[in-house]
Design a protein around this ligand. Sequence first.
Ligand code: FAD
Ligand code: NAP
Length: 338
Amino acid sequence: MQIKENISLQPFNSFGIDVYAKYFASFNSIDQLQELIASTQHKKNKHLILGGGSNILFTKNMEALVIKNEIEGVEVIEEQDDFILVQAGAGMNWHQFVVYCIHHGYAGVENLALIPGSIGASPMQNIGAYGVEIKDIFHSLEAIDMHDGNKKIFTNAECEFGYRESVFKNKYKDQFAITSVTYRLSKKPVFNTTYGAIQQEIDEMGIKDLSIKAIAQAVMNIRNSKLPDPLKIGNAGSFFKNPEIETGEFEKIKLAFPSLVGYPTKKDNIKIPAGWLIEQAGWKGFKEGDVGCYDKQALVLVNYGKATGMQILDLSERIIKSVQSTFGIMLQREVNVY
Ligand code: FAD
Ligand code: NAP
């Protein structure tokens, strides 16, 4: 394990932003991570744990020790008649984990196929798509405290999961390095195809016998048709969260904008697709230099080439102000800005 100096982070973030890390190292075991924690470079600098870099916007050079998690491996740690506990290393690619589960017939993650990034980042913002969030199948995680190198186990309740939120994005921000996550998967699948266009896609695929494999394939087809491939167009997925507003406020806005759509939440609020608000405010397909708002999904801000992080942040600021003045709704960023 080597700590390198002055390393470009461009290959390590899906926006493709060209900033530099003062120090950079990767680790593939807890021992190596503890060595890094004991290093002078760690003691004298801030740190950033990096997974796949698919939910990050770098706006400046990182005057920090950037450490990339490369702990691999996946194993079954408990098996019962109807469920199974599978533990995966935090550096494992999320989609590879989904493929592993589908191959073995473990259900629960099929709706989350093709989400970029690592296992270790999946609890960070309680990743979700097509009606499933990881909190539904999360069992526990193991993390190392970056202050003292000690190990801590977090249960589902201790992670304080919310909509694209967890304790690691809030009170424990940058404090813990997640080293492995254990998921509780089902051996008796309950198919979830009611969300969005999944059922329609399954029908178009001509599937007669529904399976977790078919659902994952349908999700992958839909995602490939709507979302930009970060290898071709830099992006970090949804830049903003979908806002939740009170029912009264929703009704008021709907009077002025009858095509407004909303989905009731468990807290009796209404969740509004941020992409719809941004599109109505006129930003969908916007392009200025190398910065843009994706033409097939307005929630995704893109780097068409050499955009800087500050330019993308500026565009996000303009969009927030514009949506605020059109609808009176304040959008919150989902992407982690550094
Ligand atoms: P990174 O970007 O590397 O890190 C994100 C944050 O987590 C940073 O603050 C980082 O410090 C921290 N972090 C990373 N790993 C660790 C660790 N091991 N321990 C402690 N902290 C850590 N998200 C969804 O929820 N649903 C989607 O459907 C979805 N679709 C996407 C589609 C596209 C095309 C793209 C580009 C992104 C999408 N995302 C989606 C966002 C992103 O894929 C997820 O947030 C993913 O979990 C990020 O993983 P990562 O490893 O790339 O994290
Ligand atoms: P979509 O299906 O066009 O729907 C737009 C928005 O409306 C979604 O964000 C979704 O909220 C909400 N929605 C749609 N149907 C719903 C239902 N039946 N019940 C509750 N809410 C509903 O969205 P999309 O952009 O193509 O994305 C599809 C899924 O992938 C969504 O779950 C989205 O969150 C996820 N995704 C996430 C990212 C990311 O970076 N976070 C990127 C791409 C896609 P929810 O987001 O709360 O589900």
